[in-house]
Design a protein around this ligand. Structure first.
Ligand code: KIV
Length: 281
């Protein structure tokens, strides 16, 4: 294990101490090269279970396994030096009991060297969050729209409208009291996010929850325009990598078909095997 990395890395208490200060910046990552790019600019790198949909083409996050999270967590770990690395607990790996959650979280922490885990759920998960944090596992909670509950919620719609706001506020209070060091708040009205952020003693990290939160998170493939199957309203596309990649692949295909690639500078000797000045062979 690299001690240099550990000395520089942000910790869960560092993140908790940022409550009410300069907004925290978080993005997801699933591979080493992307983790390196994200680490250079972000406070938190999340290996989200969104990996199932944006990388593996699964229909929802429900099919993501603990082994998948650990594999991607290990890849991302190799690219993160400064940010706090957080790995999502997938559906089915923690809901049964605090003991089940501890066994799964302990695997994540030891096999990926993450600094914390994230799990979905508010009041109902408070006992589990307390169980984990008292045993040395820092927890980032996730309330509001919790995509692993898509079937009981009946879709991916905005949460906490009208009287339902009280439920989200109770969830925020419960996870903070249970010891979570921060909480992701997904897809709730801005006015509710502002109230929650004011009342909650830990940083709120919003996704579709307005600029009132203590920080923001997005899925990297969404904000880079790589994942285009659908685009939630809360996503801002900062680059259109799918279009750039499409153009590059089309150019490659054309050049191969026209025998323009590889050129002499990419080959070892000319087509008859003779060395050429261009390729230095
Ligand atoms: O899985 C994920 O990427 C997430 C973020 C959207 C917060 O949970």
């Amino acid at each position: 294990m690299s001690t240099t990395r550990d000395l520089k890395a942000l910790t869960p208490p560092d993140i908790a101490a940022r409550k009410g200060q300069t907004p925290l910046v978080a993005l997801t990552a699933y591979t080493t090269p992307m983790a390196q790019l994200v680490d250079a600019h972000c406070d938190i790198v999340l290996v989200g279970d969104s990996v199932g949909m944006v990388v593996h083409g699964l229909p929802s996050t429900l099919q993501v396994t603990l082994d998948m999270m650990i594999l991607h967590g290990r890849a991302v770990r190799r690219g993160v030096e400064r940010a706090l690395l957080v790995v999502d607990m997938p559906f089915g790996s923690f809901e049964e009991s605090p003991q089940q959650a501890f066994r799964s979280a302990a695997r994540i922490m030891t096999e990926t060297e993450a600094g914390a885990v994230k799990l979905e759920g508010g009041e109902t998960m408070a006992e589990t969050i307390a169980f984990l944090t008292r045993r040395g596992i820092p927890v980032m909670a996730h309330i509001g729209l919790t995509p692993q509950a898509v079937n009981t919620l009946g879709g991916y719609r905005v949460q906490g409208r009208g009287a339902d706001a009280e439920r989200i506020l109770r969830d925020g209070r419960a996870v903070a009291e249970a010891g979570a060091f921060s909480v992701v708040v997904e897809k709730v009205p801005g006015v509710l996010a502002a109230r929650l952020t004011a009342e909650c003693p830990i940083p709120t990290i919003g996704i579709g929850a307005s600029s009132a939160c203590d920080g923001q998170i997005l899925v990297i493939d969404d904000m880079l325009g790589v994942f285009t199957a659908f685009k939630p309203k809360f996503v801002k596309t900062y680059a259109d990598l799918a279009t750039i990649a499409d153009g590059a692949i089309a150019a490659y295909a054309a050049e191969v078909r026209e025998r323009r690639f590889p050129g002499p500078e990419h080959a070892f000797g000319d087509a008859r095997g003779a060395p050429t000045p261009a390729n230095g062979a």
